[in-house]
Design a protein around this ligand. Structure first.
Ligand code: NAD
Length: 312
C-alpha cells in the first residue's frame, strides 16, 4: 500500500516508518525536519515542510491509501501556555488534512492521540476506552477534538479511521533534550553527568510502554479488520518515578543527584491504561518488560554517535 506518515521523522514516527517498510509498504514521510538520529532512508520519500502549508499537505496525500497522523505542534506543558496556537496548529490543520483525505479518497486515517491526557483525572484504574474524557490540559482537549472530528468525518464522508491512545512510550531515538519522555530525559541527564529533576515527591505513577510494543499496536490497529475505532496502547502497569529512578540506577550503574520540584498542574498523579480491548480485538499484547526496555534504550544511547549531535 501507499502510506504517508505525518511526523514520520519524530520518535514514534521513525519507528513506525521502519515497521511499515518491513511490511513492504511504499512509505512517504511528511515532516518539517529530517530525523535527528539517522540519515534519510533511501527507500522513503520525504516531503519536508510545515503542517500549516496546506498546498504541500494536499499534494503529499495524492495516491495515498493510508494516512498516519503523528504531528503534534505542542506537548501538554506548551499547549497550556498558548491554547489558541494549540487549537489552530493542531485541530484546524488536521481538519484541513481530513478534507484532503476525503477528496483524495484515502482508505483510512490512523491518528495517534494521547492515553495520558484525554481522560483527565482518572475515576478508576486501569483506565479503559469508555472512561469519561475530561482533559486537564489544552493538548488533551485538542487530541479529543480531533478524535471527535474523525467520528464526524466518518459519518459525513465515510472516511475510515483508527485512533490510538498511547500511554508513555520510551525507547531509542526519543530525544533526551525534549520536555516529554521522562525515561529518555533521565538517561540523557546521566549521560551528561547532570542531576535528575523530578516533579513532586516521586510518587507520580505512569504506564511506560516500550516503543516496539506501541508500534506493533499501531500497525495491527491500522491493518486488521475490527469494528472498534479507539484503542488504548500501554503496558498496563503503573510505575512511580521513584521506581523508574531505582531501575535506572541499576541499568546505568550510576547514582545521579536528584532534585525535587513542585507538582505540575497539567499532570494527573496516576495513570495506567487498560489495554484489554487491543488484546482481544487485535491479538496484541505488550512484550517488553520495563527493565529490558530500559537496557535497550540505555545501550542505544551509549552506542549512538548521533546522540552527541543533540548535545548529549
Ligand atoms: N512521546 C509521547 O510521550 C507521546 C505520548 C502519547 C502520544 N504522543 C503523540 O504521538 C505523536 C508523535 O509523538 P513523538 O513522541 O514521536 O513526538 P516527536 O516530537 O518526536 O515527533 C513529532 C514530529 O512531528 C514533527 N512536527 C511537529 N510540528 C510540525 C509541523 N508544524 N509541521 C511538520 N512537522 C511537524 C516534528 O518535526 C517531529 O518530527 C504526537 O502526536 C504526540 O502527541 C506522544
Amino acid at each position: 500500500m501507499n502510506v504517508i506518515v505525518f511526523g514520520g521523522c519524530g520518535f514514534i514516527g521513525s519507528h513506525l516508518v521502519d515497521a511499515l517498510r518491513s511490511q513492504g509498504h511504499n512509505v512517504c514521510v511528511f515532516d518539517r525536519n529530517y530525523e535527528l538520529f539517522r540519515l534519510p532512508l533511501p527507500d522513503v520519500e520525504y516531503v519536508i515542510g510545515d503542517f500549516g502549508n496546506r498546498g504541500l499537505v494536499s499534494s503529499a496525500v495524492k495516491d495515498i491509501d493510508v494516512v498516519f497522523h503523528l504531528i503534534s505542534t505542542t506537548v501538554p506543558k506548551t499547549s497550556n501556555d498558548d491554547p489558541a496556537f494549540d487549537v489552530s496548529s493542531n485541530v484546524i490543520e488536521t481538519l484541513c488534512l481530513l478534507d484532503v483525505c476525503v477528496r483524495e479518497k484515502v482508505k483510512k486515517v490512523v491518528f495517534v492521540s494521547s492515553g495520558g491526557t484525554v481522560y483527565g483525572i482518572p475515576n478508576t484504574l486501569p483506565i479503559n476506552e469508555d472512561h469519561p474524557t475530561n482533559p486537564i490540559c489544552s493538548y488533551g482537549i485538542s487530541k479529543l477534538a480531533i478524535e471527535k472530528y474523525l467520528f464526524l468525518f466518518r459519518r459525513l464522508h465515510d472516511l475510515d479511521f483508527t485512533v490510538i491512545r498511547p500511554s508513555n512510550p520510551y525507547g531509542p531515538r526519543q530525544n533526551p533534550k525534549n520536555i516529554q519522555g521522562s525515561v529518555s530525559v533521565f538517561l540523557g541527564n546521566i549521560l551528561e553527568g547532570h542531576p535528575i529533576t523530578i516533579w513532586g515527591d516521586g510518587s507520580v505513577s505512569r504506564d511506560f510502554v516500550y516503543i516496539r510494543d506501541l508500534i506493533d499496536g499501531i500497525v495491527k490497529a491500522a491493518f486488521l479488520k475490527t469494528e472498534h475505532r479507539v484503542f488504548n496502547i500501554g503496558s498496563g502497569v503503573g510505575t512511580t518515578l521513584t521506581n523508574v529512578l531505582e531501575l535506572i540506577r541499576v541499568v546505568t550503574k550510576s547514582d545521579p543527584a536528584v532534585i525535587h520540584t513542585g507538582n505540575r498542574s497539567f499532570d494527573v498523579s496516576e495513570l495506567v491504561l487498560d489495554t484489554r480491548l487491543a488484546q482481544r480485538e487485535l491479538g496484541w499484547a505488550p512484550q517488553t518488560p520495563f527493565l529490558q526496555g530500559l537496557y535497550e534504550t540505555w545501550n542505544a544511547m551509549l552506542d549512538h554517535e548521533q546522540y552527541k549531535k543533540v548535545g548529549v
